[in-house]
Design a binder for this molecule. Structure first.
Ligand SMILES: [Zn+2]
Length: 356
């Protein structure tokens, strides 16, 4: 037992040191790694209906953002698309991100909030305060950066809804052109995820760095909250866990202590869980088993082990499902952003080069 606690402590301290001086970064290679920075939402497939009318592009909602301006050299970025670098303008890239990250039939204010979050996330990379594993400004891997759909993918993706959905996405991006979220005058690390369940998670619970604007807030997801049951045979579960954590030394049949939640965070997510003879963070078990979230309950039924997960994603920052629900209740995009990113305000991006 002391050895187990010692190794756990060392792991937690190493995690804290790793992230003490930097923004949250994705760690995707080690079994004990932290969760991906921004998982793609699984946007529901659009239903096939008649295309809607094409409306003219709206003017930006804010011409003078209260937070002032954030200056970058150029609006041009390099995006790694299917492994190849493609140069494009930030605003054009954002069309593909919002299309890739959210259902195009989402509420207009939620799509706008998503556009600002995606723009802020990208601008942080353009500033060099966050980096992409590809070496480009950003990439199309949602486990590293953000999902991205190129313009030639969208007609097949949306079918008869193409015109309507493209108009929805364009309105969101063009209606918030240049707007980013800042805290204390600086671009924020605008994390977001598909669904949080009843409350979002504080950043330090997932990324071992406490950011004042990424604290747990309620998320009214109502009937839209994603609840997923994931079932494993006991044998498969033991094999997976022992492969990633040999020190767990799990064996069949499972005993009650083999999967024992040791602690939950304030928002109800599993902080620590005992697996056999060791204890690991809930996020580490989520990665090993591919669980939708760490807000899970686990129970054994015969030779099966069932995880019931609330929400989908790391739970930090803006919940896309919660944003959509707020929009349905009348919130505008700025209210949504300020709800999920505590104490932030909007600012405008400015560029010293035209980027033509
Ligand atoms: Zn990347």
């Amino acid at each position: 037992m002391p050895g187990m606690l010692l190794s756990l402590l060392i792991g937690l301290i190493a995690g804290a040191l790793l992230f003490s001086s930097a923004e949250p970064q994705p760690q995707s290679s080690s079994p004990a790694a932290l969760l991906p920075l921004v998982p793609a939402s699984e946007a529901p497939a659009p239903t096939q209906e008649l295309p809607g009318a094409q409306a003219p592009s709206p003017a930006p909602d804010c011409t003078a953002a209260p937070g002032g301006a954030v200056t970058l050299p150029s609006p041009l970025i390099t995006v790694s698309v299917n492994g190849s670098p493609v140069e494009m303008k930030l605003e054009d890239y954002l069309i593909g991100v919002v299309a890739g990250e959210m259902s195009a039939s989402s509420e207009p204010a939620a799509l706008k909030a998503q556009a600002v979050a995606a723009r802020t996330f990208t601008a942080l990379h353009m500033q060099g305060r966050a980096s992409c594993k590809s070496g480009c400004t950003v990439c199309d891997d949602p486990g590293c950066c953000q999902a991205y759909k190129s313009p030639d993918e969208l007609p097949a993706l949306w079918g008869e809804k193409y015109s309507e959905y493209m108009e929805n996405i364009r309105s969101a991006v063009e209606g918030t052109e240049g707007l980013v979220a800042i805290y204390d005058g600086k671009l924020i690390s605008a994390l977001y995820h598909a669904s949080s369940g009843p409350a979002t998670e504080s950043s330090e619970e997932v990324f071992a760095v406490a950011l004042p604007y990424l604290v747990s807030v309620d998320s009214r997801e109502g009937n839209s909250e994603m609840v997923t049951k994931q079932e494993f045979s006991a044998a498969d579960l033991v094999r997976r866990i022992n492969a990633a954590y040999p020190e767990a030394n799990m064996s069949l049949p499972l005993t009650p202590g083999d999967l024992d939640v040791w602690g939950r965070t304030e928002s109800g997510r599993v902080q620590l869980i005992r697996i056999g003879e060791t204890v690991i963070p809930g996020g580490a078990l989520r990665k090993v088993l591919g669980l939708k979230s760490t807000a899970f309950e686990v129970k054994k039924e015969g030779s099966a082990v069932i995880f019931t997960c609330l929400g989908y994603g790391h739970g930090v920052g803006m919940s896309q499902t919660g944003a959509n629900q707020m929009a349905k209740e009348g919130a505008d995009f700025e209210e949504i952003l300020k709800h999920f990113y505590t104490g932030t305000e909007l600012a405008s991006l400015e560029f010293t080069e035209p980027g033509e």
